[in-house]
Design a protein around this ligand. Structure first.
Ligand code: ACO
Length: 330
């Protein structure tokens, strides 16, 4: 069974409610029908009902069994407005601003998750990453004890000798452009948790990546990764974690043995933590496009799961992301 099929099986075992704020978008409507039919989650489409129905008619799908909510006609809008105002008034949000924001399907969906009326959210078929992330960061916030929200890419590689039977977790490839050493350490701990809870990897082995292995090069950028490694050790003393390691020292047993002898991680890492977003984003695309890996992205570190899609996503990508979100919510 592929990794994504295992995640889908887990999603079906404890069905969660996942809100889709881009409710009148055609791929989203088609995905909602599949998600419901496959028992992966209870989808909720947000938007104008006429627009949602028109999209369903265009797609030729029956959405009669799917919950749809129009923020402009919702009974909950007033209480969400009040809650949003209380949460954000110290940032200059007025009651009028809060009412306007709640009428926006994205913010309405985020408020459903915040207030416990949905277990998670998936968006991004229309919105940019920043437009999807900002309300989640502002309102859902980080988990207790977690300093930053970041992302992991689950890379299902054709070479099954790599990582965990071909599965590698890459972080962060979406959110934090220039993490500090402390932020990189939190990303490492979050990625290990994603590996454990979402991918079922019992023993995450975390490599903090650099262009240097164990002091082979000297540079401020290398020092940052060394500091991040020390902080991550302190945050999660029981985690198998090492740095700074080059990509090949992290993944290839012979290179790991020669460049970092005695390391509990070198040569057998299954979680790879990149030093910044340029490296992480480029790295996952190389693995996908040249390495032929299937890749699946999730956000991590949020108090409740919200996930982003690529605007080029397929119906299947939305279905997969909803399944992952549902598992994160369990
Ligand atoms: N973790 C936790 N909280 C955060 C984080 C974070 N990583 N980043 C920002 N915040 C919080 C801030 O503290 C702030 O909270 P507050 O309003 O309560 O004080 C709130 O979020 C908004 O912060 P801003 O600084 O106004 O947000 P910003 O404009 O920096 O946007 C964002 C944050 C969207 C994550 C930005 O860093 C970004 O655009 N990142 C890159 C996204 C991207 O384009 N990725 C690559 C493409 S995706 C792909 O290829 C798959």
């Amino acid at each position: 069974m592929s990794m994504i099929e295992k995640i889908k099986a887990k999603a079906r075992s404890n069905v969660k409610t996942i809100v889709l704020p881009e409710g009148d978008e055609i791929r989203t409507v088609e995905a909602a029908v599949k998600i419901k039919a496959d028992g992966l989650a209870t989808p909720v489409l947000i938007g104008n009902k006429d627009a949602i129905n028109a999209t369903a008619a265009k797609a030729g799908v029956d959405i009669s069994g799917i919950v749809t909510i129009d923020p402009l006609k919702s009974d909950k809008a007033a209480s969400y407005t009040e809650t949003l105002y209380e949460l954000r008034k110290s940032k200059g949000v007025t009651p009028e601003d809060a009412a306007r924001l709640v009428s926006d399907p994205m913010y309405y969906g985020i408020m459903m998750v915040k207030c416990g009326d949905a277990d998670g959210l998936v968006s991004g078929a229309v919105h940019t990453t920043g437009d999807m992330l900002r309300p989640a960061l502002q309102i859902i916030k980080t988990k207790p004890g977690m300093k930053v929200v970041s992302s992991s890419f689950l890379m299902d590689c054709p070479n099954k000798d790599l990582g965990e039977d071909g599965l590698l977790v890459y972080a962060d490839c979406v959110v934090m452009p220039c993490p500090t050493a402390e932020e990189m350490a939190h990303i490492a701990v979050s990625a290990a948790e994603t590996a454990r809870t979402l991918c079922g990897i019992e023993e995450p082995r975390v490599a903090l990546l650099s262009f240097s292995t164990k002091g082979s090069a000297k540079h401020d950028l290398v020092t940052k990764v060394q500091e991040a490694t020390a902080i991550a050790h302190a945050l999660a003393p029981d985690l198998l974690l090492d740095g700074e390691l080059q990509f090949d020292a992290a993944l290839v047993p012979e290179v790991g043995a020669s460049k970092a002898p005695g390391s509990p991680v070198a040569g057998r890492a299954n979680v790879l933590v990149f030093p910044d977003l340029q490296a992480g984003n480029i790295g996952y695309k190389i693995t996908q496009r040249i390495g032929g890996a299937d890749c699946f992205a999730v956000l991590q570190g949020l108090a409740k799961p919200c996930n982003d899609l690529s605007r080029g996503c397929s119906v299947e990508d939305i279905v997969n992301t909803v399944a992952m979100t549902a598992v994160q919510a369990q």
